[in-house]
Design a protein around this ligand. Sequence first.
Ligand SMILES: [Ca+2]
Ligand SMILES: [Ca+2]
Ligand SMILES: [Ca+2]
Ligand SMILES: [Ca+2]
Length: 336
Amino acid sequence: MTVIINDDPIFGTVEFGDDSGTLADRTRAGDQTIHELEGGFGALVGDARTLAEGASGGDDDILGQNESAVTVVGDAFDMLGKTRGGDDILSARGTFEAKAVGDALTMSDRAVGGNDDIRVAGDFGAIAYGDAVSMTGRTRGGDDHLGGVTPFHGGMELYGDADTMSGRAGGGDDTIMGDDLFSRLVGDAKTLSDNARGGNDVLIAKDQNPTFFPAITEMYGDGLTLEGQARGGNDRLVSGQGETDRMWGDAAAMSDQARGGADRFVFGAENGKDTIEDFQTSRDRIELHDTDVHNFRELSALFEQTADGVLIQFDADNSILVKGVSELHRGDFLFT
Ligand SMILES: [Ca+2]
Ligand SMILES: [Ca+2]
Ligand SMILES: [Ca+2]
Ligand SMILES: [Ca+2]
């Protein structure tokens, strides 16, 4: 039994799976299937407006399709106190813009996100967060799977946990798959600050579809920015075939006290023209799978020192630029 309200100040019409108010006192919300294919909804929410005081979200299956913009949320607008999100299956398709949030718009206190499976498709833009837009307090993100498409170059942004993580928020171990066109894949959040901690994530760029424009994928193992004393996780970033990947194992910008993890950068044959932006010798590693190069002696013959770092030039169309390093050693590589 779902509840529809028509007067939400942000979303207009909102459909809630269980309750348009607050669920508390150890209530467990039901497992709903909500499929709205006709549009007219600003937001679909799996369980309630607010989960508080021991409440937990159900395991919902939610699909929202709209001719303008649609937002699909797995559990609630807000999760606070000791609450838990369900393991939801979410799909948002907007003719203009699609947004999906695995658990709640805001998670605070000791809220824990569920393990969600999330797909977004927006012709002019798609964005998804595995757990929340904002995570504060001692919240924990779940282990989510995210993916999607943007047919018209709108750009897709996928965040394993949140937009912002602060306090002692911790990210889950997420798996994030890219698109053919422009994708930004982020293991944890756009910004991690205070004592936030990133999870151990897997980011996979999609192989280039030759009928499309050249694909560009930006991958960040933890965030765009690590502030305060934030810590990154140990992430795995997998290059897509034939496209341009820009890869940061940790973040593009880090404060003096922030620390990254030990990351793996993974490449196969026909990797395209890729860049590793923040390689840390003797901490991170580069894995080469099924390439024509089988050992370090063969590989080092392809090294070229440039002003930006070491360029590994396989051929005219395929290379890896390892920025900011003056030399690379045998121990920096794995061959399989
Ligand atoms: Ca739910
Ligand atoms: Ca989640
Ligand atoms: Ca997550
Ligand atoms: Ca991470």
